[in-house]
Every structure is written in C-alpha cells, then in structure tokens.
Design a protein around this ligand. Structure first.
Ligand SMILES: Cc1ncc(COP(=O)(O)O)c(C=O)c1O
Length: 396
C-alpha cells in the first residue's frame, strides 16, 4: 500500500481500523499454487474473513460456506453458486430447502450426519433436483460422520437417483504443523478411498481436505511455511487413489493480507510498569495461541523505528478487562499519545472472533486496498451501543 493511502486512512480514522491488501492476497495464492501440485484446487473458508471473498472470486476455485449468513454474503457479492460448498455442522433446514428449490443453484452440499444426508435425499426427490454431495468424514470430533456411516450411505447410494456423491470431505483442525500428522491422515484417507472402490465399487471423484495450514503470528516462530507445504505436496503425490484434490484453507490464505491499526490513547506508569493504552484491544486482535500476551505479535509503530530502549512497555486495550493485554514488556523508545500501532497478519478471524460486544465499544471500519493505491471502504465503523441497549416491549 502506498504511503499516501495510509496517511489518508490515519487522518480519516480517529479509532482503530483494519486494512486488507488484495495484492498480498494474490501473492499468497500464487505462493500456494507454486508449492502445491498443479492440479490441486483451492477452496476458501469464508469464515476466516468474509470481507475478502470478492477479492478471491477469480483466483480460487471454491468457497466453503458454513452458515446462512455466509451464504447470503456470497450471494450479495454475486459469487457464482457453482463455486459454493455449503458446509457446516448444522445446516438450517429451511435455508437448505430454499437452495434446493432454486433451479439455478449449482453448488455442492456436504453431509455431516445421517440426518443431513437424509434431508438432502428427501429434498432432491421432493423438488426433483439433482444434488452434488460430499460426505464429511469425522476427524474424531463432533464434525462429520464415522466411516461406517459413510459406508452405509455408499452401499445404498443407488436408492436416490438425484444424488451425486462426489467424494469425501475431511478437516484436519487448525494450525497444523506436523508433517507426520498429515502423512498419517492422508494415508488413512487414501486407504478409505481405496476401500470404497474395492469393496463397494464407489469411485470418489473428489477429496476436499481442510489442511489447517499454520500461520506464524509471533516473533521467534518460523514464518516460512514453504517447507511444510512442499512436504505436504509430496504426500499428496504419493497417494495411490487418484481423486481431484481440493484444499479448504482459511487462515493460511487470509492472515497475511491484514493489518490492524490502533492509536495509543494514554500512557502511564503503575507500580513501576509502563503502560500504553490503545483504543483497540483483544476484541479486535485475536491471535490463535495467544494468552495474556505471553507471545509477542509482529507489530510496528507507524512512522517510527522501534528502537530498543531500556524502557519496557506493556500495551493494553480499552476493554476494562485485566486480560486485555496485547503486547507485554517490549522495549520501545519515544512512544507517545497519538502514535499509531500496526499489527501484522490480522487478515484471518480477528475481525469476527473478538468479543466485540463487551463494553459496547465501536466496531472498527474495514478497508480494502487494490493495486497499491486503490482504496475501498467495505465496512463503516459502527456503534454497538444500540445492540446493547434494552428496548422494552411488553409481551403480555
Ligand atoms: C470445515 C472447515 N474447513 C476449513 C476451515 C478453515 O481452517 P483454517 O482457517 O485453519 O484453514 C475450518 C475452520 O474451522 C473448518 O471448520
């Protein structure tokens, strides 16, 4: 982003705000494609950051949508339904029915339970609509189904002529760093797909796999994930069963494009500790793995060098919670009220996972920058006090 764009944003925003950089997003997709086998497709998990979905429209093959709200957002952005995977542990029956009824909906549905599968079968018959389904295999959590349930569905698959079972979906978890674990999972999935072929005559066309590739949020961590992704790609190439592979990624795509800006609004020393208070805080910056600022996130001070000094600072948010510590005991020289801090890698989950209604503070504005100097506001900053104000309406 050009300096004049940042200057303008700082000038226009008296409170915290996020900037998502579309160019960084494109670079990241390019990086992933360079390190993954050529024919692997990418599916963006919208939950990681709905605000960048449009930026990704032409550079990923799919969007994983986990709620009616996410579906509405993608429809509003005019993302083609053929790119949508309607996923989620609970699918609101009325919303699914509405999608099935629409003759022009051509997305994929995941079935996460026998109930969900039966519902899809029943709707496909009632509306005489062809539906494409991925069966979600559990990762030993509340998500997906046991392999026996999937086998049961596969064995009886000819009962429903309108259902096309495209393959299997599997989500590994998030922040997965162990190549051994990927190896174990992919070997199990490979075996399972071969078993479905050999014993049940079912050829899965697709494996949609949520890898949970990690993002480095803190100083001292390895921020180069190329080795892990190269290793993972080798594992994919070694699979015996050849299905179309779709990787479902959220934070690994989104995190790097985001920066969060927040102002220092007060400075004090309490019992020998130097505190800088910011107008944002932990309701806006959520880093997976952070607790009470035990780890140091990547951050800078706009327009100033971070010079190590004897003076240590603890940076705290404005939530009136003792937990609201963002950075602990860092050496910073010359900070003052009005300085703007910039936190990196805040493009995934930060803007939605924070406890945004606590204290009825404002929700930050969100901007997208394209081509270094094209600036778009995609959400105004807004007050939450209306949501938290009781409005009495006598019911009886
Ligand atoms: C089914 C599914 N796919 C993909 C993701 C994205 O995970 P991550 O952001 O770690 O890539 C999630 C996250 O919860 C998920 O539940």
């Amino acid at each position: 982003m050009e300096k004049k764009i940042l200057d303008r944003l700082i000038n226009d925003n008296k409170n915290a705000f996020y900037v998502f950089d579309s160019d960084k997003l494109k670079e990241r997709i390019g990086f992933l494609r360079k390190h993954l086998p050529e024919d692997v497709e990418l599916c963006y998990a919208v939950k990681a950051n709905p605000f960048i979905s449009k930026e990704l429209e032409d550079i990923v093959e799919r969007f994983e949508i986990c709620s009616p709200g996410e579906a509405d957002i993608c429809c509003e952005l005019e993302i083609d339904s053929s790119k949508m995977v309607i996923s989620g542990v609970y699918k609101t029956p009325e919303v699914i029915e509405e999608m099935v009824r629409k003759a022009d909906f051509s997305g994929i549905f995941t079935a996460e339970s026998l109930t969900q599968y039966r519902q899809l079968c029943e709707l496909s018959e009632r509306y005489d609509q062809k539906l494409t389904v991925l069966l979600r295999l559990t990762n030993d959590s509340q998500f997906g189904m046991n392999d026996e349930d999937i086998i049961d569905i596969i064995s009886k698959r000819t009962e429903y002529k309108n259902i096309y079972i495209k393959g299997i979906q599997y989500f590994s978890g998030t922040q997965k760093t162990s190549i051994k674990r990927f190896k174990r999972e992919l070997e199990q999935l490979d075996k399972f797909l071969i078993k479905l072929h050999e014993e049940y005559g079912f050829d899965a066309d697709e494996l949609e796999y949520g890898t949970g590739f990690p993002v480095s949020y803190f100083e001292g961590e390895n921020s180069d994930d190329s080795e892990l992704i190269d290793g993972f790609s080798e594992l994919l190439k070694n699979m015996t069963y050849k299905a179309n592979i779709v990787l479902e990624l959220g934070r690994s795509i989104a995190a790097c494009c985001g920066t969060y800006y927040t102002h220092i609004v007060d400075i004090k020393q309490n019992k020998g500790i130097n505190y800088a208070l910011i107008d944002g805080g932990m309701h806006h910056i959520v880093y997976f793995g952070q607790h009470m600022a035990m780890k140091k996130p990547y951050f800078s001070i706009v327009g100033k060098e971070i010079n190590d000094d004897d003076k240590l600072w603890t940076i705290c948010g404005s939530l009136c919670s003792m937990n609201d510590i963002v950075v602990k005991q860092v050496p910073l020289a010359d900070i003052e009220i009005g300085d703007v801090l910039c936190f990196e890698n805040t493009g995934a989950y930060c803007m939605t996972e924070g406890i945004s209604l606590l204290l009825s503070r404002d929700i930050p504005g969100i901007y997208i920058v394209r081509n270094e100097n094209e600036l778009y506001k995609v959400r105004d900053s807004f007050e939450t006090k209306n949501i938290n104000t009781p409005k009495y309406e006598r019911i009886c």
